[in-house]
Design a protein around this ligand. Sequence first.
Ligand SMILES: NC(=O)c1ccc[n+]([C@@H]2O[C@H](COP(=O)([O-])OP(=O)(O)OC[C@H]3O[C@@H](n4cnc5c(N)ncnc54)[C@H](O)[C@@H]3O)[C@@H](O)[C@H]2O)c1
Ligand SMILES: N[C@H](CO)Cc1c[nH]c[nH+]1
Ligand SMILES: [Zn+2]
Length: 436
Amino acid sequence: MRIEKLDQNTKKSLLETLLKRSPNSYGKYEESVREILDTVKDKRDQALFEYTEKFDGAHINADNILVTEEEIREAYENVDPELIDIIRKALKNIESYHAKQMQYSWFDSKPDGTILGQKVTALERVGVYVPGGKAAYPSSVLMNIMPAKVAGVEQIIMVTPPGKDGKVTPTTLVAANEAGADRIYKVGGAQAIAALAYGTESIPKVDKIVGPGNIYVALAKKAVYGHVSIDSIAGPSEILVLADETANPRYVAADLLSQAEHDELASAILVTTSEKLAHEVSDWTDRFIRELSRGEIIQKSLDNYGHILIADTLDDAIDAANEIASEHMEIVTANPFEVMTKIRNAGAIFIGEYSSEPLGDYFAGPNHVLPTNGTAKFFSPLSVDDFIKKSSIISYSRDALEKIHTDIEKFAEAEHLTAHANSIRVRFDGKDFDEK
Ligand SMILES: NC(=O)c1ccc[n+]([C@@H]2O[C@H](COP(=O)([O-])OP(=O)(O)OC[C@H]3O[C@@H](n4cnc5c(N)ncnc54)[C@H](O)[C@@H]3O)[C@@H](O)[C@H]2O)c1
Ligand SMILES: N[C@H](CO)Cc1c[nH]c[nH+]1
Ligand SMILES: [Zn+2]
């Protein structure tokens, strides 16, 4: 990995390089995504069948697009029972973490008869996109479905591309069934997003679409936003390790590679105050790459987006980390909790040398769908909040309204909205009974 001194120039050029990985920098795909969306809107199911044949090489029709109970039973027979147990244990942790995020309706009443409040309602029907192109991610199935389940969403519709044999990976099906998907459709890419956004003969229109995917999926989600809601646009994975001389270089190197493994566009950055650690981590990454099965992808990702920056002070390192606003941040310093209080921007913060990133990807409970590409400056992890909405509650008694009715009338007249003023005034002008 390249080792550089952290200064204004290296920071600026790193930020520019990282931005190139954003789905916003892939405008050239927008035209083909637009065409797919329009075709599905127009030709509905027929378009889904044709695109699935073209992009996934699978024959899908009205009779087999929906995963059957028989297929789910078959999937259970093909997954290692130990893995099913692990999925269940992970689900328990994910469920109990997300249960703490629940928001409840509240009502505030005063003696004069005023009641104000906020009614929390779960979304009725949501669509969950599960990637299935290059690799299957059953852990992402759990992370996307469980918060919707905890929120109380009535119907969870999952879509995922089939393999050439027209089937969905058994582990994905088991994870979906364990997490509580109501229906699973075998369709992926931009065409699946279009189906969820507009509805087809087979697939019902949803209120919100969540879930990661490749560039076609990301751009399609962006294009249908407004027609339906979406979660954030999750780009390629990122890790930033903030470490001082107390960190174990072998652990740090292993953690950096864990995210570089996802994608050639993934980024892995170490910011450290220790020159010695910088060189040791670099040596360990070289050793690990030779032993790991996805070494080629890791090497490409590190060549493009792997950086080790040496900072003069811990405060400089923290400033850089806040500017980069990484999806995942590990803090491995002498006082990691103190450092954590100075971190403003990160999707998930892993504290101490035993909190390695994959702990969060699979098991601890917090969601692994996190803001990427610097969007941790304003976005949060996927959560129960994504699956609820709120309605304001207003109830005034006659006495309560009488005390303030002239204020409202005056305010409305100042906006020249006399019908507004009138709708308050008629209740107090004494004409209720004589002018029917
Ligand atoms: N952030 C997260 O939590 C997280 C989790 C899992 C996966 N991911 C990311 O999701 C992505 C998954 O990508 P993937 O490709 O493996 O699966 P995918 O399911 O997102 O995409 C496959 C679909 O892409 C479409 N497609 C392929 N080539 C096309 C073309 N030329 N024109 C139009 N459409 C085309 C096809 O319809 C195919 O079904 C990866 O980048 C991975 O890193 C992120
Ligand atoms: N680290 C990924 C999000 O950036 C999520 C994931 C799924 N499986 C393993 N990792
Ligand atoms: Zn991961």
